[in-house]
Ligand binder design. Structure first.
Ligand SMILES: [Zn+2]
Length: 285
């Protein structure tokens, strides 16, 4: 069984950006580990910080269960302040988790994505991207080896984001889009606060949007369904999938420019799990 690690700066990012693909991988038998980087202590309305952490954590566990995520790793950094955290310090946490869980695939925000205005997303993405190569060095964090860990390299890097100029992979998630909607709806507290941003902006605009007002008051499913289905429909259409199908978009990287050479020269290792075949890299399924 392969392992996938999803790096979620906040509790809701995994469901919001790649939840259907995670649910699909879980259904295929992958072990999925979610790494939540921050404590989400500020993401609520009318709750104390303590209650906010408690409620958002509980809702994350509900969402994770819906998507089939096996384990959650909490890094506990104060939310919305990663801009003040050293990327080298943050990188060490990811190096450690790569060596510990040995994921075949890692899902993360794309450090080269566009229109990202959340520093927790940007800083995390940059630290993860460096961790991919730092985790292979025996002179980076040798203290990990005292626990029995060893240098390790992730094989597949699945980058998600708001706007991916170098996207090269469309994952058909038609069978799993409903699961993803339900998982995102489980983040009630964070989603209401997210939707409230739109409500406040619409007020400044001089308008109100009833489906948004209803979502702030509790009826999240109609709005989140509309949002996720529309996005997944657009991705599927742009990839030429038949009407009625839904997809998520990624920049999927494996060996970069060395891909043809690695495919030409690679030989199977005895006893190794068979690698998933990716049409994105010219492999037949
Ligand atoms: Zn986030």
């Amino acid at each position: 069984m392969h392992t996938a690690l999803v790096i979620s700066p906040h509790a809701d990012d995994a469901a919001a950006f790649c939840g259907a693909t995670l649910a699909k991988f879980a259904a295929l038998g992958w072990r999925i580990v979610l790494v939540r980087v921050t404590d989400d202590a500020r993401d609520s309305m009318n709750l104390t910080a303590e209650d906010t952490i408690r409620v958002n954590t509980k809702e994350l566990h509900t969402a994770a269960k819906i998507m089939g995520i096996a384990e959650i790793e909490e890094l506990g950094f104060p939310t919305d302040t990663l801009g003040d955290v050293s990327r080298v310090e943050l990188r060490e946490r990811f190096v450690y988790l790569f060596r510990k869980h040995q994921p075949y695939a890692v899902f993360s925000f794309d450090p080269f994505g566009l229109h990202e205005n959340n520093l927790d997303h940007t800083i995390t993405a940059q630290a993860v991207d460096e961790a991919f190569w730092v985790s292979t060095f025996d002179k980076h964090h040798p203290e990990h080896f005292e626990e029995g860990l060893a240098p390790f390299s992730v094989c597949e890097r699945w980058y998600f984001g708001r706007d991916l100029p170098s996207a090269n992979h469309v994952e058909d998630v038609t069978e799993h889009i409903e699961t993803c909607i339900n998982a995102l709806c489980a983040h009630k507290t964070m989603m209401r606060n997210t939707v409230n941003q739109l409500k406040l902006q619409a007020q400044t605009w001089g308008r109100r949007v009833p489906v948004i007002d209803a979502a702030v008051d509790g009826a999240l499913h109609p709005l989140l369904e509309q949002f996720l289905m529309a996005r997944a429909h657009t991705v599927a259409q742009s990839a030429g999938l038949p009407e009625g199908q839904y997809a998520e978009l990624f920049r999927l990287e494996r060996f970069g420019d060395l891909e043809p050479l690695m495919q030409a020269l690679g030989e199977p290792i005895d006893g190794a799990r068979p690698a998933p075949r990716r049409a994105t890299f010219g492999e037949e399924a």
